[in-house]
Design a protein around this ligand. Sequence first.
Ligand SMILES: Cc1cc2nc3c(=O)[nH]c(=O)nc-3n(C[C@H](O)[C@H](O)[C@H](O)COP(=O)(O)OP(=O)(O)OC[C@H]3O[C@@H](n4cnc5c(N)ncnc54)[C@H](O)[C@@H]3O)c2cc1C
Length: 305
Amino acid sequence: MKIDDLETIGFSDNSRLNFNHDLSKLNWFNIGGKTKIFLFANSLKDLSLFLKKYDKRGKIFILGAGSNTLFDDDIYEGVVIKLGKNFNKISRLNENLIISGSSCLDKKVCDFAMENGIEGFEFLSCIPGSIGGGIRMNAGCYGREFKDIIVSVQAIDFSGKVLTIPSSEIKFNYRSTNLPNDLIYLSGTLEGNLSTKEKINKYVEKLKLKKAISQPLRVKTSGSTFKNPTDQTNKKVWELIKESIDLKEANKMFGDAVLSEKHCNFLINKENASSKDMKNLINFIRENVYKKTGVNLELEIVLTS
Ligand SMILES: Cc1cc2nc3c(=O)[nH]c(=O)nc-3n(C[C@H](O)[C@H](O)[C@H](O)COP(=O)(O)OP(=O)(O)OC[C@H]3O[C@@H](n4cnc5c(N)ncnc54)[C@H](O)[C@@H]3O)c2cc1C
């Protein structure tokens, strides 16, 4: 892929282009090789300029907080784009509507809503991703998902066309939507209900406690690796894994890639696992769950290659 002409792009808002940029510190697993091109885009103007110049000559991956992504060990033959400064703003549009830039962390949006006495965003306190990643994944927990708060999303496609999509035009599925993969979410208009800071805070604390009791904290993970099956069985994915494999044995097989003993659908990089170790563990789990239960597990985490 030709890249020399990209080196001279003149950005207005201090966006940065790096070449052969290390990805391993940019995701929760702390795994991954390099990307041929890395764009840290500070504004829509710079992002749009880059997209037009790049003109889809190679692959494009949009990175949010990296809490649901497993990069490959090999070089990413394309551009990884991370959104910076101008995509990190939140404001209140009216009584119960918030507009949030897509690089804002979910937790920041939850805190902002709480400060403004708007309820309905409490579940965001338990998801360590960004608003852009949440829209893409239709992330959710404890009975709520992004679909319940989105009014519309603003996006730019890979050819540089900006568009606003109302939620009525989006089909939200379990941890996905029907929106095309060539969209970069810029911001989301989100809706809640008026309430009080005290009431919201109480509920946030309750959810955080629930999460702390059931899931491992402060580990290198991407959260739930596989989706819960929706039609084949009534069981949760962790139950299927538990009845299909010997955790202790599996944890000796793939280097530093292991299953959490607290929640076995959470895979963990103990120290220096490679992407290959993690993928081998993923395949091992899939094969064994299929053999034992007949259920084909579907990945929730996003793999790049
Ligand atoms: C400890 C832990 C707990 C978790 N708990 C939950 C949970 O309870 N519920 C849940 O649903 N998930 C959970 N997750 C998974 C993860 O946090 C969510 O999927 C989150 O929404 C991902 O956001 P992100 O910004 O980190 O996305 P990334 O990992 O950066 O990217 C994920 C996907 O979103 C795309 N993407 C990111 N930003 C944009 C953008 N601006 N425009 C277009 N596409 C974009 C990426 O290209 C990729 O396809 C957990 C993860 C961890 C590590």
